[in-house]
Design a protein around this ligand. Structure first.
Ligand SMILES: N[C@@H](CCC(=O)N[C@@H](CS)C(=O)NCC(=O)O)C(=O)O
Length: 200
């Protein structure tokens, strides 16, 4: 049995979307967390994440935390959905690279800029490098790995949407985000991204 420990409007929202794309049968356990703006309640004793953060996945008692690990785990568990090149597929290396790049490079560089670190030359170089990689990939498109929609899109598009005001003007980024938001699984995940009392 799969259970996702989830809080709305957080890093685990992209895991909700991933579950929908995978067609996974997964219970969602809503837990309280303390948000960066000071709202919310946490730590929640019901949360099985070792640091009481989200996301955390419970698979028959095995706990997986860290968003990238959760995404890898789910895609490998449910390969029929085709969201991940398998081990041995020539695209597997690029897939792993993109997944790790998402938070380690893109997320770090953009968050540093959002927090006002843009004047530091090293931070500016990291931001420029991340934007270059992103725009080159989107110029090939339609997905970050080219013709194939993968978990990479699920992990990166929501961050781009969140950070959009801090990214360059770009019809390619806007078009990409619009295409991602049109996916039926994305809409289903948005509808689930509410505390149960507010869900329809
Ligand atoms: N590196 C972790 C970060 C998880 C994380 O910081 N999640 C936030 C929500 S976006 C959280 O649970 N914050 C609550 C807290 O820090 O107590 C991941 O990517 O899964």
């Amino acid at each position: 049995m799969l259970t996702l420990f989830h809080a709305p409007r957080s890093r685990s929202t992209r895991i909700l979307w991933l579950l929908e794309e995978l067609g996974a049968d997964c219970a969602v356990r809503y837990v309280g967390i303390r948000y960066l703006d000071g709202s919310g309640t946490g730590p929640d004793p019901a949360n099985r994440h070792p640091d009481k953060k989200v996301p955390a996945l419970d698979h028959d008692g095995t706990i997986v935390s860290e968003s990238t690990a959760v995404a890898l785990y789910l895609c490998d568990l449910l390969p029929a959905a085709g969201l991940a090149p398998a081990v041995g597929d020539p695209e597997r290396g690029a897939y792993l690279t993109w997944l790790c790049w998402a938070d380690n490079e893109l997320g770090a560089a953009v968050m540093q800029r959002m927090m006002g670190g843009g004047r530091d030359p090293q931070a500016a170089a990291s931001y420029d490098a991340a934007m270059r990689r992103l725009t080159e990939a989107l110029a090939r498109g339609p997905y970050l790995m080219g013709a194939r929609f993968t978990a990479v899109d699920v992990m990166i598009a929501p961050f781009l949407a969140f950070a959009r005001p801090h990214l360059p003007e770009s019809a390619a980024i806007d078009g990409y985000l619009a295409r991602m938001a049109e996916r039926p699984a994305h809409a289903r995940a948005q509808a689930r991204d509410l505390p149960p009392a507010q869900a329809a």
